[in-house]
Design a protein around this ligand. Sequence first.
Ligand SMILES: O=P(O)(O)OC[C@H]1O[C@](O)(COP(=O)(O)O)[C@@H](O)[C@@H]1O
Ligand SMILES: [Mg+2]
Ligand SMILES: [Mg+2]
Length: 323
Amino acid sequence: MQRLRTFLEHHCDNPSLVDVIDGLMVACKDIAYKVQLGSLAGVLGSAEQENVQGECQKKLDVIANDLLKNSLRAMPQVKGLASEEEADPVACNPDGEFLVLFDPLDGSSNIDVNVTVGTIFSVLAARPEDDANHESIYLQTGERQVAAGYVLYGPSTLLVLSTGNGTHVFTFDPRIGEFSLQRESVKIPATTKEFAINMSNQRFWLPEMQNYVADLLRGEEGPLEKRYNMRWIASMVAEIHRIITRGGIFMYPYDSREPAKPGKLRLMYEGNPMSMLIEQAGGKATTAFEDIMQVEPTSIHQRVSVVMGSADEVDTVIRYHKG
Ligand SMILES: O=P(O)(O)OC[C@H]1O[C@](O)(COP(=O)(O)O)[C@@H](O)[C@@H]1O
Ligand SMILES: [Mg+2]
Ligand SMILES: [Mg+2]
């Protein structure tokens, strides 16, 4: 079985980028170990504090953030980082070529119930003259990502990665402490009968989204002429991994609960990296009105409406929104 580093040395022409991914994995292996030990490592429960977005932090949100931050800061290739758990960007090495943006622990509400969580990351290029203390240098569209990935802490620990040349799955082997290639160039089926959405927000969605989901529920008796199944894990990483594995559609659309927040998920370290992985696997990712990776960012923590997965089903959602 091919090891991650060997695979990357053959598939990625920038050795510095290979080093950055390696550095990220050092931290992720440590997070995986702590997740596995759970209460034995004292990592469950609340940190009794809020992050910049007013969300209650779990102990593991803070631990995962610190592990990633320390690992990336030590890397000469990394110029700066931005995290869900940091109010402002963090400057690292002035000569670094890359900016790394991450959600240290996605699906935090699942930590204490022993359900899959993960780390999501996005890598952007930096110019020599860029000042990594300035938010503006991180505000690049998703199309400019040089790499994106997530590490899933589930029954197995997996890395799903793209450096712009397909989406590949690696399994962590705890016996040797390495990730090995499991599936190269994954292809998401274009059609699906499985959707994922938090139905409790239904009354807050746009009428177009309400119409689409109503038609999903009408199954073979409705205009979509298919009987659909539904899943909601409340961990985007787990949801997207199901779609990478067998197709499906994942939606956290715009809703009117808090008008200042168009959607719950964050563009720079959730929407963009997941869109790159989905599109590199032949799927599609949209806000329902435009490609997520074309959205012009205005702040590192901005929210975005998310609809992604099997290409034909995503096209159907876009059609409903065109009226
Ligand atoms: O609890 P809800 O509203 O269903 O939201 C679940 C969504 O929120 C998230 O947990 C947000 O990510 P964080 O846990 O990193 O804040 C997604 O993983 C998930 O899809
Ligand atoms: Mg998240
Ligand atoms: Mg998080």
